[in-house]
Design a protein around this ligand. Structure first.
Ligand SMILES: Cc1cc2nc3c(=O)[nH]c(=O)nc-3n(C[C@H](O)[C@H](O)[C@H](O)COP(=O)(O)OP(=O)(O)OC[C@H]3O[C@@H](n4cnc5c(N)ncnc54)[C@H](O)[C@@H]3O)c2cc1C
Length: 246
C-alpha cells in the first residue's frame, strides 16, 4: 500500500522568474512515489501551530520518472505564509513533508481529442508534467495548444523547454499572452498583448466536439475562461477540466 505521508529533502532550488522559484525535493525510500502527470501534493509546512493551517498544495511540475524526485514551481505571494517560508527559509537540505500525490487533474489514458491547455503563471506546472510525460512515453495524442499568460516577458516560465518541446512535437502549438508588457518580444511562438482568453477565442471560435480544454491557475482566470467557453462560445461542460489554485 502507498504511504500516506512522505518525508523529503530539498536538493535543488533555482530562480525561474523574478517572483518564481523551482524547488526539487527527493524522497529517500525504496518505495516509489507514484503519481500521474497533472497531480499535486499537499505539504505540511512549519508556518502555523494549527495543523490544517500548515497545509498547502503544489502541483508536481515534473513528469513521473520513478526517481523519487519531485519538482515544484512556486510563485511568491506578498504576505503569503507558505510562499514567504519557501522564499526566505527553505534551503538545500530543508525537510518537506507531503501527503501522497492526489487530484483528478490528469489526462485520460487514451487521448482522443485535441487538447487546449490554458494557464497563468505557475499554473503551467501540471501542463509541463503532462507534456513531458506525453513526449517521454510516446503517448498517442492529437494537436495540443498550450496557452500561457503572465504580466511581463520575464515572467514566462519554462520558456526554453516549451521551445524545445515545440521542436520535438510539431503538433504542439505554444502561445503566450503578456498583459502588461509594452514591447512584445519577437519569438518562435505566438506572443500577444493581453490576457489568455482572446487566444483560445480566436483559435477555437468554431465549436468542435473533438477538443478538450484544460485550465489551471487562480479563480479569476478560471471563472472567466469557463464562462467564456460555455456561455459565450457554446462548448459543453464535459469538454472543460480545471485545477483551481485558490
Ligand atoms: C491543487 C493546488 C495546486 C497548487 N499548485 C501550486 C503551484 O504549483 N504553484 C504555486 O505557486 N501555487 C500553487 N497552489 C497555490 C498554493 O497552494 C498556495 O495557495 C499559494 O502558494 C499561496 O500560499 P501562501 O501560504 O503563501 O499564501 P496564503 O497566506 O495562504 O494566501 C492568501 C490568499 O491568497 C490567495 N492566493 C495565493 N496565491 C495567489 C495568486 N498568485 N494570485 C491570486 N491569489 C492568490 C490564496 O488562495 C489565499 O486566499 C496550488 C493550490 C492548489 C489548491
Amino acid at each position: 500500500m502507498a504511504k500516506k505521508w512522505y518525508d523529503s529533502k530539498v536538493i535543488k532550488i533555482t530562480d525561474e522568474s523574478p517572483t518564481t522559484k523551482r524547488f526539487w525535493v527527493k524522497v529517500e525510500s525504496d518505495k516509489i512515489v507514484d503519481f500521474k502527470a497533472g497531480q499535486f501534493v499537499t505539504m505540511d509546512l512549519p508556518i502555523s501551530e494549527k495543523r490544517t493551517q500548515r497545509w498547502r498544495s503544489y502541483s508536481i511540475a515534473n513528469a513521473p520518472d520513478q526517481s523519487n524526485i519531485l519538482e515544484f514551481c512556486i510563485v511568491l505571494l506578498e504576505g503569503g505564509a507558505a510562499t514567504t517560508y519557501f522564499f526566505n527559509e527553505v534551503e538545500i537540505g530543508t525537510e518537506i513533508k507531503f501527503k501522497k500525490p492526489a487530484g483528478g487533474f490528469y489526462l485520460p489514458e487514451k487521448i482522443e481529442t485535441d487538447l487546449v491547455l490554458i494557464c497563468t503563471g505557475t499554473g503551467v506546472a501540471p501542463f509541463r508534467s503532462m507534456l513531458w510525460d506525453i513526449y517521454n512515453n510516446k503517448i498517442p495524442h492529437k494537436n495540443i495548444h498550450l496557452i500561457f499568460g503572465t504580466r511581463y516577458a520575464n515572467g514566462v516560465l519554462y520558456e526554453n523547454e516549451m521551445e524545445e518541446l515545440m521542436e520535438k512535437m510539431p503538433e504542439l502549438k505554444y502561445s503566450v499572452a503578456l498583459s502588461r508588457e509594452e514591447h512584445l518580444p519577437e519569438k518562435k511562438y505566438e506572443v500577444v498583448k493581453g490576457y489568455v482568453h482572446p487566444i483560445y477565442q480566436k483559435h477555437f471560435e468554431t465549436v468542435r466536439a473533438d477538443v478538450n480544454f484544460w485550465i489551471c491557475g487562480w479563480s479569476n482566470m478560471i471563472d472567466e475562461a469557463v464562462a467564456k467557453l460555455m456561455l459565450e462560445m457554446g462548448y459543453d461542460k464535459g469538454q472543460i477540466h480545471y485545477e483551481l489554485y485558490g
